[in-house]
Design a protein around this ligand. Structure first.
Ligand code: NPG
Length: 369
């Protein structure tokens, strides 16, 4: 038996620049893994960025970790290389959830395709339409923001997330609230741009009736988040603070998270994502599925995950056209209710378009096991 892993870095032009408190992207660098064994190929997509911007890991680091640390562990593993076998083999590796999750998900997809099992069945869930939202980057001015939000609402999105940063917070939120009314589910995401000293300022957001404020403080600032949440103003959501099941459990115990954004890639794959979902559900903490401007590969798997019952809030899973003019798999478009549905085929259910993959690939490494 021999398996090959191909790690490709794609450069995919975005239809609109995406600016957050961390910086701006006009092209999304996407790391995609494919795992081929016995003629069956599984696919997975990483949330890694070119630099360690949002997460401690980054594209080149993930590639090296897979090549130098994770694959060698598999060479000595006995029995079939299932996703479960990978989890056991990688349990000794601390951290590195993006690297572990990328490989595990590609193997899982191949395994499910081999067994003709759709991802939702593996998750013991059921395929259904998922309410999704849109995450709006920071534009240059308020008029552009209003035009972008109006366009997204026209496209059918029913929930809007605004990126905020010091100097771009109360005014844009007030402007959007006034323009589109109190009924619009509106939330904000600071990507760690504030400190607990900004709590009085953030408290002023309470008057806008937001669904939540996401990751206002640095990822290690669990106590600051807990204090903010204890005010019982705008619900506090954690994203970058949660890189593992342990992180999620600690945050819940500390009262640092009213809501958790589950990004499967960030936490080490879909099995851990499901575990975090289960713990949140048991503790009455609502979750939503986060996104990192995924291609069809990541989007399909995220839509399957978001069918689980604890995902009561609309996810950051938008239609293909919100991100890319050309994608590496099928297009996902909103239905009349503002929902997307995962494909029905085995595994993640996406036939990857290799010609388009080749077109966007700027670096590729194939490793044999
Ligand atoms: O629709 O996929 C989407 C974007 C959702 O805002 C979004 N993602 O901070 O959650 C985030 C942000 C992100 C994008 C984070 C890219 C990291 C990389």
């Amino acid at each position: 038996m021999s398996a090959t892993v191909t790690l490709r870095r794609l450069e995919m032009p975005l239809v609109r620049p995406f600016r957050t408190s961390k910086g701006e992207e006009t092209v999304r660098d996407v790391l995609v893994a494919s795992w081929t064994e016995d003629g069956v190929t599984g696919w997975a997509e990483s949330a890694a960025d070119p630099e360690p911007t949002y997460f401690p890991e980054y594209i080149d680091g993930v590639r090296l970790t897979i090549e130098k640390v994770l694959l060698p562990l598999l060479a000595s593993a006995s029995g079939p290389l299932t996703a479960g076998a990978l989890r056991r083999a990688f349990a000794q590796v601390p951290g590195n959830p993006l690297a572990r999750g990328l490989l595990e998900t590609a193997v899982l997809d191949a395994e499910l395709r081999r067994h003709q099992m759709p991802f939702v069945d593996f998750l013991c869930s059921a395929r259904r339409p998922i309410r999704v939202g849109v995450s709006v980057g920071i534009p240059g001015d308020l008029d552009t923001l209003l035009a972008w939000v109006a366009g997204y609402l026209e496209d059918g999105y029913r929930r809007v997330k605004l990126k905020i940063a010091p100097g771009w917070d109360l005014e844009p939120v007030r402007t959007v609230r006034e323009a589109f009314g109190d009924e619009l589910p509106l939330q904000v995401d600071a990507n760690q741009a504030y400190t607990p000293a900004d709590t009085p300022l953030l408290g002023k957001l309470d008057e806008f009736g937001l669904v939540l404020i996401e990751q206002p403080f640095a990822r290690h600032e669990l106590l600051g988040h807990a204090k903010l949440a204890a005010r019982h103003g705008t619900p506090v959501c954690l994203d970058e603070s949660v890189l593992s099941l342990d992180d999620a459990m600690t945050a819940i115990r500390l009262g640092a998270a009213d809501v958790i954004n589950i990004k499967p890639s960030r936490v080490g794959g879909y099995v851990t994502a499901r575990q975090i979902h289960d713990v949140c559900l048991a503790n009455g903490v609502p979750v939503f599925c986060g996104g990192t401007l995924e291609t069809a590969v990541g989007r399909a798997a995220n839509l399957a995950l978001a069918t689980l019952p604890g995902f009561t809030l609309p996810g950051d899973i938008s239609a293909t056209s919100r991100y890319y003019a050309a994608d590496i798999g099928p297009s996902f478009e909103l239905d009349a209710d503002g929902c997307l549905t995962a494909p029905s085929g085995p595994g993640i259910g996406v036939e990857v378009d290799l010609d388009t993959v080749d077109k966007f690939t700027v670096e590729s490494t194939t490793l044999t096991l």
